[in-house]
Ligand binder design. Structure first.
Ligand code: C2E
Ligand code: CA
Ligand code: CA
Ligand code: CA
Length: 278
């Protein structure tokens, strides 16, 4: 028994070491990856029921030559812990703005694009100045740019988050509260934050027909957000039943595989056309 306990301990240490090693490899590879254009963006449509596509969310992808495809769920976290997140955010904004400008020139259409921000971006002193400059590009209509931030930004420092949001809203951009309902926020935040939109987390969508309690929480979030005049976007919508329930509950925007997976900019026009005909 002593032997097997020892073996288990060695296995545990090995697994820890392997995990640590992978984190270190990823952290080191992010810097080169940005320089070598190993990252790219996909765009997922947000659909207004009976009206069509109202915008898209930019989602980063990374195909590393040495490590293979790595999910943002894995590398964003590592980038946050190793001081690289703001480099990634700036890369996303630059690439996204370029692609948006090209798309609009090619299709002569106005497309609203949302970008994810890390709460660390919000607390970075020069980041607002960076955004002001990026948004001053005459080919960018700031009304078409949205930023998605998680409630953790508010929990860390309410005043800083509020000031940040106030500034980007004055530039004409809109703000969505991402992953709403999953953190430790209280509903009273909703009366104070200056966000235009809340994104109901896919956790709630997934549980709509599995958990009566989660469904009641979802109903309450939707009803409160509506009373406060906010736009509601539900994410992770995969089935017709989820779509219909959320539509009937008054959700304004539906995002999820039910309409489309995230697609490359080259496929976006075709995807938007297909959805609008649906
Ligand atoms: P998120 O912002 O909550 O994005 C939604 C995630 O759900 C995306 O995963 C999307 O591909 C996925 N998704 C969309 N529809 C469905 C569906 O119907 N079913 C299921 N099961 N999943 C769906 P993705 O692209 O892997 O991104 C994961 C997370 O990584 C994002 O969650 C976001 O927190 C972060 N992330 C992605 N791109 C960026 C970025 O450019 N900057 C930052 N800071 N974070 C990013
Ligand atoms: Ca998001
Ligand atoms: Ca989300
Ligand atoms: Ca999420």
């Amino acid at each position: 028994a002593k032997q097997s306990g020892r073996n288990r301990y060695i296995e545990f240490v090995d697994a820890m070491t392997a995990q640590q090693e992978r984190r270190l490899q990823i952290a080191a590879a992010i810097k080169d990856g940005l320089a070598n254009d190993e990252f790219y963006l996909l765009y997922q449509p947000k659909v207004k029921p009976n009206e069509g596509v109202v915008g898209v969310e930019a989602l980063i992808r990374w195909n590393s030559p040495s490590l293979g495809m790595i999910s943002p769920n894995e590398f964003i976290n590592i980038a946050e812990q190793t001081g690289r997140i703001n480099d990634i955010t700036r890369w996303v904004i630059e690439k996204g703005f370029q692609q948006l400008i090209t798309f609009q020139a090619q299709f002569n259409t106005q497309l609203k694009v949302s970008f994810n921000l890390s709460s660390l971006d919000i607390f970075r002193p020069n980041f607002v100045a960076y955004l002001v400059k990026a948004l001053s590009n005459p080919n960018i209509n700031t009304q078409l740019i949205q930023f998605e931030i998680t409630e953790s930004a508010y929990i860390e420092n309410f005043d800083t988050a509020q000031t940040f949001i106030g500034k980007i809203k004055r530039l004409g951009c809109s703000v969505a509260l991402d992953d709403f309902g999953t953190g430790y926020s209280s509903l009273s935040y909703l009366t104070q934050v200056q966000a235009d939109t809340i994104k109901v987390d896919q956790y709630f969508v997934r549980n709509l027909f599995n958990s009566e309690k989660d469904r009641k929480v979802t109903d309450a979030i939707i009803s409160l957000a509506k009373k406060l005049g906010m736009t509601i976007c539900a994410e992770g919508v995969e089935t017709q039943a989820q779509y219909e329930y959320l539509h009937q509950s008054g959700v304004d925007q539906i995002q999820g595989y039910y309409f489309s997976k995230p697609v490359a900019m080259e496929q976006l026009a075709g995807t938007l056309k297909r959805i609008d005909k649906q």
